[in-house]
Design a protein around this ligand. Sequence first.
Ligand SMILES: Cc1cc2nc3c(=O)[nH]c(=O)nc-3n(C[C@H](O)[C@H](O)[C@H](O)COP(=O)(O)OP(=O)(O)OC[C@H]3O[C@@H](n4cnc5c(N)ncnc54)[C@H](O)[C@@H]3O)c2cc1C
Length: 384
Amino acid sequence: MSTKKTKVLILGGGAGGAVVARRLSKWSRGEVEITILDKSEYHEFRPSYLWVMTGTREPDDVRRPLKLLEKYGIKVVRAEVSKIDAANRRVYTRDGASYEYDYLVVSLGSLAGEPPGDSCAPWELAGALECRKKLANLRNREPRVVVGISSWPYRCPPAPFEVASLVKYVLEQRGLSPRITVFHEWSVPMEPFGPLMSSMFKEMLSEFKIEYIGSTKFESIDSELKTIRTSRAELKYDLAIIVPPHQPPPPVAESDLAGIDGYMDVKLPSMKSTKYDDVFGIGDVVAPRIGLGMAGVFAHFQGEHVASQILDEVRGVFMGEHYNMSGVCVMDLGYMGAAVYCDFAPKLIGGKQWPDCRMIGGARAFRVVKVAFEKQWFANLFGY
Ligand SMILES: Cc1cc2nc3c(=O)[nH]c(=O)nc-3n(C[C@H](O)[C@H](O)[C@H](O)COP(=O)(O)OP(=O)(O)OC[C@H]3O[C@@H](n4cnc5c(N)ncnc54)[C@H](O)[C@@H]3O)c2cc1C
């Protein structure tokens, strides 16, 4: 006797989507049919873009073909999602195909645009390679490097500070004396993460002699005059690293799953759409709507929580994983490694103003933690 399998359709094979697919394939006993739709051939581990920028990683070191997941019984389809019709349980792709589902998991991330003018940004793989070239070509003894953001929110809130520290380290290893400035919309570094986190970042920046200009909005960049205009100052640069503007993925923004800013609305802690009980949203595509930063670690824990709920519903039991609202973001700051640890439960469900955050590490040896994390990430999901 054959039993009909429950169809789980996962949109996006990035941090969140890949975790959901792998957890379902590990934990299920054949009750579910798992399909991933992604426009890209690869799953990319974005934290390692910084090492692509500094030349310690090549593109194939920081990505894996999504097709590798097929060995775990996961169907992988390379296609661009063009429309989500949740009312009729159907997803359409740009190539004219359509897919029905019993459960839908939306993990389409956030869309990073192009860095403005002649700036670069390691927020996509191509940008990391572009920054590598520009870094290698810096010749003057005291290069001025400006790191800033086009707008908020963007992937990985602490990353501009990590980039600034790592670039300083790399240039100093080459015998240069860079002058590094970070400009940001926040009045103090890491403002949404609370006063303790801000004071730790301020201390870290002052130790590395990195200037911080806060409450500053990006206005324009003149690539000829090598000048960035902001709401507070004109900044001259030899190298500009500007985080590109991010936007919600169009198929989500154009669907009835979207909230007012185009990112997806979900209920906490289930991560179910506020409109449809058979649709979940995880990762960057929901982060701005629920007051989280865009971080892979949140996508990961949400992914586990969603996979366990789907299996519970299919089996009619409750054995599930509770949603772990904490996250760790490990940073390679060059002269040292450190990690930002935050538990968002006090903010998300406890009504507090700030998440409970602290910075751990600080020693040079801590840099290796990030390497170990990268290795473990790929091994867990892809087997190597
Ligand atoms: C420089 C940098 C450093 C970072 N460092 C850290 C860190 O140390 N720790 C941490 O936790 N996080 C870090 N992050 C953030 C982390 O990478 C993201 O938060 C995480 O990848 C989000 O996972 P996601 O599944 O929501 O989206 P993504 O991983 O972005 O995946 C989205 C997927 O959807 C696909 N997709 C998009 N649109 C479509 C479409 N229309 N059709 C089909 N497929 C589509 C994309 O191809 C992609 O594979 C960093 C990010 C950057 C850029």
